[in-house]
Design a protein around this ligand. Structure first.
Ligand code: ADP
Length: 401
């Protein structure tokens, strides 16, 4: 079965075409600047040269038509006809309390995703545009939605409720939902396989640290707590997001600076985190470079980032009364030798012992970076959210076949 995985943003659309007989990627790519004056399409067919095209793509239906054109192109294509694509899997950020697992798209599922627009105003409408654009271009092809929040639906009430008047939850469903669920679930399973164990027998802390970042406590295979909350703003300090802060700061600053709701949201989501403290960049590579060149603000940004991550890891040890495995994943987690080293240096009280030479190895493979004596296994597991979406789509479509 060939499956197209789509991750639609408000002005972008990422795609990967999988051949599920061997889970190989036939092609992947990205359409950027949808709805703007010059859209950029980057198409990467496996085994063929990359293609970059600039054209005018005003909405998602045209973007998908363009992608399908490239996938079947005489020169850059990887399939003879779009009929070869038997199903489409979509990443959807917010599944609210409705979705505890992935689902086959029907009118009921679409209506629920729409009801969640309020909770994810930037993301869910974009996913819906991706679903509608797929329907328009590929009528009758089954579609599956895979939610970033679904894996965290196993959290107990004590972890997902906020200590605010209950009516706010009852009326508006304000609670912790978390995010990056497909990634946390995937790397925890790969970690258990790597160790030759079952997730049922492990206490795992997964650190998904990319531009957005979150930590999850996974006990007996289930997410029991996670650092992102109602939205992906809570928790760790991130590239441009603040993460945790005293909520009283929000009205205080709004009042002092005469900010609107949109402005304060933008400040905390786009102008905070590493970017705000370093004054240089939201990119950990540039922060590390700044730190190595003795830049005080980059050093402070790195130290705050590491300190806050370490505090979360330690608090999740408390939620599970122990930890067997710590996993690092995503752009920073998979690549930043120095961040992993600093975090582990300060977890020796748990029996964490890093093997510095293993930590310095650069590889795209799953690997152990703790020493043979370490009481906690520390692993680097490359994440693959698209593969999870393709697998779920395959499984669900087969079960309805
Ligand atoms: P996203 O959350 O957008 O999916 P990624 O998981 O791809 O992001 O992570 C992107 C981040 O990974 C970049 O902003 C960069 O800070 C970080 N990164 C990538 N390579 C390295 C590296 N070699 N060293 C440190 N950080 C890196």
């Amino acid at each position: 079965m060939k499956i197209l995985v789509i991750n639609a943003g408000s002005s972008s659309l990422k795609y990967q075409l999988y051949d599920m007989t061997n889970e190989s990627v036939l092609a992947k790519g990205l359409v950027e600047r949808i709805g703007m004056d010059s859209s950029i399409v980057t198409h990467k067919p496996t085994g063929l040269p990359d293609v970059v095209e600039v054209s005018e793509i005003l909405e998602h239906t045209t973007a998908i038509r363009k992608v399908l054109g490239l996938l079947t192109h005489a020169e850059h294509g990887v399939i003879a006809s779009i009929d070869e694509i038997q199903a489409v899997g979509h990443r959807v950020v917010h599944g609210g309390e409705y979705f505890k697992e992935s689902a086959l798209v029907d009118s009921n599922v679409k209506s629920k995703i729409r009801q969640l627009f309020d909770l994810a105003p930037l993301h869910n409408p974009a996913s819906m545009m991706g679903i509608k654009a797929t329907e328009a271009n590929m009528p009758g092809v089954p579609q599956v939605v895979v939610f970033d929040t679904a894996f965290h639906q196993t959290m107990p009430e004590k972890a997902y409720l906020y200590p605010i008047p209950r009516v706010i939850y009852n009326k508006y469903k304000v609670r912790r939902y978390g995010a990056h669920g497909t990634s946390h679930e995937y790397v925890s399973k790969v970690a258990a396989e790597f160790l030759g164990k079952s997730t049922k027998d492990l206490k795992i802390i997964t650190c998904h640290i990319g531009n957005g970042a979150s930590v999850t406590a996974i006990h007996e295979g289930c997410s029991i707590d996670t650092s992102m909350g109602l939205t992906p703003l809570e928790g760790l300090m991130m590239g441009t997001r603040s993460g945790d802060l005293d909520p009283a700061i929000v009205p205080y600053v709004m009042n002092k600076e005469d900010l609107t709701v949109n402005e304060v949201n933008s400040m905390l989501n786009k102008h905070s985190g590493l970017l705000a403290i370093s004054g240089v960049s939201s990119d950990m590579r540039e922060i590390t470079e700044g730190m190595q060149n003795g830049d005080a603000n980059s050093t402070l940004a790195f130290e705050m980032y590491e300190y806050r991550l370490r505090k979360y890891i330690a608090s999740y040890v408390a939620t599970m009364n122990g930890v067997d495995v710590i996993v690092f994943t995503a752009g920073v987690g998979e690549n930043s030798v120095v961040l992993r080293e600093k975090v582990c240096e300060n977890l020796t009280y748990l029996g964490v012992e890093l093997d510095k030479s293993l930590n310095e190895i650069r590889s795209g493979e799953s690997r152990r970076i703790s020493s043979a004596n370490s009481k906690v296994e520390v692993l680097v597991i490359p994440t693959n959210e698209e593969l999870v979406i393709a697998r779920d789509t395959n499984r669900i479509v087969q079960s309805f076949a």
